[in-house]
Ligand binder design. Structure first.
Ligand code: IMP
Length: 446
């Protein structure tokens, strides 16, 4: 039995929800650790389909404790909508707890996110417009409002809101005079109904997660976004405002690194990105359009079409490094069904100097000057959608997966061949498979 972190190993939308949902069957606790309602994960159970933004993917297992940790930022209306949607379909919600240390997205955070994006014009980040950046800015700037503050005596809450309003008034008046302004009384009135409705769900989740650790429970840490969107390791400034890498699971939950046994990186068999920013293997041809259509690559939160491209082993290897990945979950292999040949980017070449590297560049400018160096692998005829055993995959598919595993130096744990829970090839179960072990990359067959 093990405590496992599941992270996105590309630019988000890798299919983490399906993998988390699958592993949650073995978990006693599922914890969301960072991000907010910028995330979007579709979880299916029978006929029921939920598009969650905040609640952990384990919510559909009624007896799994689902925690939204201190590293997240919470739009209370979005959270209440999700709770209500679950209740309407008869699902239990008493197993959901949200950290009293998590920060609240206040109304002006969303306004500011959208106004800042408009002001950036063609230099925009392409945010989800959900107020995520401004909420984290205020958290780090020490002008945030935490969920726990809602339950302070009114005088204390009023004092906190006064500091916040004073800090924001000048910025709003000088830089964004067209945006609505909020008085302390407006914000107090905004807080009150949320405080009441959220009360049954608010807890010190650090205490809860440590009770679970003391009882040797299995804890699954569910990442949001992806490694290349991490504020430190991503394609800065085209990133989100939190640590989407494995370290974020610790800081966002109150669990130390010594308590984590495994880190599983989820990556698509190809690559996608939504929003602006560099993407070396992006395809703007028919193959890119084919991936978009067959893979149904549209954002869960914003509905935007995702940019699609070949698998990039440079970013994937970097992801293995910065997350300490010791298992890979490769999703959407079936999207490649019938494709005559598949390319893998094995290095970047500088367009001007011709120099090649397999190291992911830290500077945006360097990244803008590279072109991918590809290896071409044969595709497979027929479909892998019904395959449930690794050995039953076409040899071309096995060779493709083995090559990826070998190139990036990480073993293959899971292969997903369709959206349903059972459309999964489990080479090992990271939770019941036990504690940390030495990982060995796959051998290439051909
Ligand atoms: P923000 O997180 O809304 O500030 O957006 C910053 C960048 O992260 C933009 O490029 C978004 O498209 C991207 N982003 C944020 N959340 C997700 C996600 O869950 N999946 C994919 N991209 C995301």
């Amino acid at each position: 039995m093990a405590n496992v972190v599941v992270v996105g190993a590309q630019w988000g939308d890798e299919g983490k929800a399906k993998i988390t949902d699958l592993l949650a069957a073995e978990a006693d606790v599922v914890v969301r650790c960072q991000g907010g309602c910028n995330a979007g994960h579709t979880v299916k159970h029978g006929e029921d389909v939920f598009k969650f933004h905040l609640v952990p993917s384990g919510m559909l297992y009624g007896d799994t404790l689902c925690l939204i940790g201190n590293g997240t930022v919470i739009n209370p209306q979005v959270l209440l909508n999700e709770i209500e949607a679950l209740q309407q379909k008869g699902y239990a919600t008493s197993n959901l707890k949200v950290s009293n240390r998590a920060h609240l997205t206040l109304p002006f955070h969303t306004d500011l996110d959208q106004a800042q994006e408009s002001a950036l014009a063609e230099k925009k980040i392409g945010t989800t417009g959900r107020g995520i950046g401004p909420t984290y800015m205020d958290k780090v700037g020490r002008y945030g409002l935490r969920i726990g503050d809602l339950y302070e005596p009114e005088a204390v809450l009023r004092e906190r809101l006064t500091q916040i309003v004073e800090a924001k008034a000048e910025l709003l008046a000088k830089c964004y005079p067209h945006l609505p302004t909020y008085t302390v009384d407006d914000l107090l009135a905004w807080c009150k109904p949320f405080a009441e409705k959220l009360a049954p769900y608010v807890a010190d989740t650090v205490g809860l997660v440590h009770e679970s650790l003391a009882q040797n429970h299995n804890i699954l840490f569910e990442g949001a976004q992806g490694t290349l969107l991490d504020v430190d390791y991503g394609t800065y400034p085209f990133v989100t405002s939190s640590n989407a890498t494995a370290g974020g699971a610790c800081t966002g939950s109150g669990v130390g690194p010594t308590q984590i046994d495994r880190v599983i990186g989820v990556m698509k068999a190809y690559t996608t990105r939504v929003g602006e920013g560099p993407f070396p293997t992006e395809l703007s041809d028919d193959i890119g359009r084919q991936l978009l259509e067959i893979g149904q690559e549209f954002g869960t939160t914003t509905g935007r079409p995702r940019r699609c491209g070949w698998f990039d082993a440079v970013i994937a290897k970097y992801s293995v490094q910065v997350n300490g990945l010791d298992g890979l979950a490769i999703t959407k292999l079936d999207v490649y069904d019938g494709m005559p040949e598949l390319k893998i980017c094995v290095a970047y070449r500088n367009r001007e100097t011709g120099e090649q590297t397999t190291q992911f560049p830290s500077q945006l400018r360097a990244l803008q000057h590279v072109e991918p160096v590809y290896e071409t692998w044969p595709g497979w005829a027929g479909s892998v959608k019904e395959t449930r055993q690794y050995e039953d995959l076409p040899v071309e598919a096995r060779n493709y997966l083995s090559r990826i595993s070998a190139l990036i130096g990480c073993r293959l744990s899971i292969v997903s061949v369709g959206p349903e829970r059972n459309q999964t090839i489990l080479l090992e179960n990271p939770i019941s498979g036990g504690k940390r072990h030495l990982s060995s990359p796959e051998k290439v067959i051909a």
